[in-house]
Design a protein around this ligand. Structure first.
Ligand code: GRF
Length: 203
């Protein structure tokens, strides 16, 4: 499976995907990394690994859909079978998604449908949630609301701070995302049909 990754930041999830792709039975390889931020650590990681890497930065006053179109035109050049948003911090326009013929999944640091959007760890604490975690879902025009593919749960501890909680969730993400991409590569998770809504981690 040819995987393209979109990332806006440091790229620790890209690093986890990359490491897991080196297993002989991984079933996928990363063929390109793209960012809306020219200085994204994820791009540097890709370049160090000799993987096609490009920043497609939004021009001043550029409409969202126009920026998305430029980004996905660039992504299409590496002919991916799957696009993975791993810390891609923009909302992708409905227009771009309707034009996209490639399945796209997103990693989100909460137990969706709880806490879509930003600052999920502080919100889980403020809500007094007993559990928290991360989710991988299919990207649709509705923010963090597409069909769920996999989830990983952790207990929230009494003395948790947003930072400590975020660190524990990140460790979960580094396992969940590669496991989900491997499951898609193997066909254990089938994105083509109506995606099964089962919050379980892929087998
Ligand atoms: C992850 O926690 C992801 O869930 C969120 O942004 C973070 C990206 O971290 N959307 P990294 O760039 O992969 O280290």
């Amino acid at each position: 499976l040819r995987v393209a990754v979109l990332a806006s930041g440091r790229g620790s999830n890209l690093a986890a995907l990359l490491a897991a792709s080196r297993a002989p039975d991984a079933g996928y390889r990363i063929v390109g990394v793209f960012s809306d931020q020219a200085d994204a650590g994820a791009l540097a990681l890709a370049r160090e690994a000799d993987i096609e890497a490009a920043a497609v930065t939004r021009r001043p006053d550029e409409p969202r859909a126009a920026h998305d179109a430029r980004l996905f035109a660039r992504v299409a050049e590496v002919q991916p079978n799957l696009i993975v948003c791993a810390g891609y911090m923009r909302i992708i326009s409905a227009e771009a998604l309707s034009q996209l013929a490639i399945p796209m999944i997103n990693l989100h640091p909460s137990l969706l449908p709880l806490h879509p959007g930003l600052d999920t760890h502080a919100r889980a604490l403020a809500a007094g949630d007993a559990q928290h975690g991360c989710s991988v879902h299919v990207v649709t025009a509705d923010l963090d609301a597409g069909p769920l593919l996999a989830q990983s749960r952790i207990a929230i501890e009494a003395d948790d701070t947003p930072e400590r909680l975020a660190a524990r969730v990140l460790a979960c993400e580094h396992r969940l995302l590669p496991a989900t991409v491997r499951a898609i590569a193997r066909g254990t998770l089938d994105l083509s049909g109506p995606v099964p809504h089962h919050g379980g981690v892929p087998l």
